[in-house]
Ligand binder design. Structure first.
Ligand SMILES: [Zn+2]
Length: 257
């Protein structure tokens, strides 16, 4: 029998935590997770599986290069994309999520080892509003910067699947050129949230903090609107040695799990 990849257990735990009903990050079959397992391989949540009920059977191992090639091939419709994604599997496995290309970009261009995509109500309330740009208008408090980074990315609405992934890829490239590194958070207008991280625990921490920041943003809208940290203050938090120490502590928390 083939040994399952070591990353599988962490991915199951992460998926169940992201699907926790009380957290309200995803319901039913919303959201998906992935983790890199090798030079050209990654695990991806299967289509139609609920995050809350994820088990070791809920994931399928895929070829990164084959999935990325779909960006060039541009399948004509959902049927053709579904068939093409089945052909990208390494061995047997369930039908992969239609967001496979989005995950493959996060795991390559985005520099992540793990990707978590959810539809949190607190975040979507802003992303589905008249002013979605408020969510990236500047960090509101120091811990938001420590966990979620200083520079989030907002992507306009595109059809889920290859069109969305192609747009994320283009905007991610521009973002990396401008800021010198990948964002930890990507906000998809009228759709949801993507966390890019190095471990399953980091993905959960980023998602939790981004949701907290969105809730605070809601509160500010009832009190005259948000007043973000100045870019000087935000850059200072990003570069402070004690904040780097806190980031290291968060990673250590991760290693103990
Ligand atoms: Zn989605």
């Amino acid at each position: 029998m083939i040994q399952p990849p070591a990353e599988l257990d962490g991915l199951v735990r992460l998926s169940r935590a992201l699907g926790e009903r009380s957290a309200d990050y995803a319901i039913l079959a919303e959201g998906n997770t992935s983790a890199r397992t090798g030079e050209d391989s990654f695990l991806l949540k299967a289509s139609g599986v609920s995050l809350a009920d994820a088990s070791t059977d809920s994931f399928v191992e895929m070829s990164l290069s084959a999935v990325l090639a779909l960006l060039e091939a541009s399948p004509r419709d959902d049927e053709e994309l579904g068939q093409a994604l089945l052909a990208c599997r390494l061995g047997d496995g369930p039908r992969p999520s239609v967001e496979a290309t989005l995950h493959a970009i996060g795991l390559t261009l985005g520099g992540a080892n793990v990707v978590g995509h959810t539809h949190p109500t607190a975040i979507n309330a802003i992303l589905c509003s008249e002013r979605p740009e408020l969510i990236v208008a500047g960090p509101l408090f120091p811990d938001q910067i420590v966990v979620c980074g200083q520079h989030p990315l907002l992507v306009p609405y595109f059809d889920p699947g290859v069109p969305l992934a192609a747009e994320v890829s283009a905007r991610l490239g521009e973002h990396i050129e401008r800021h010198g590194r990948s964002p930890k958070t990507i906000y998809l207008q009228n759709h949801g949230f993507v966390a890019l991280g190095q471990s399953s625990t980091e993905i959960l921490q980023i998602t939790q903090m981004a949701v907290k920041a969105a809730r605070i943003l809601h509160g500010t809208l009832a009190a005259g609107g948000p007043r973000p940290l100045t870019s000087h203050a935000a850059a200072r938090i990003d570069s402070r040695p004690d904040e780097h120490h806190r980031q290291a502590q968060l990673r250590a928390l991760d290693d103990r799990r």
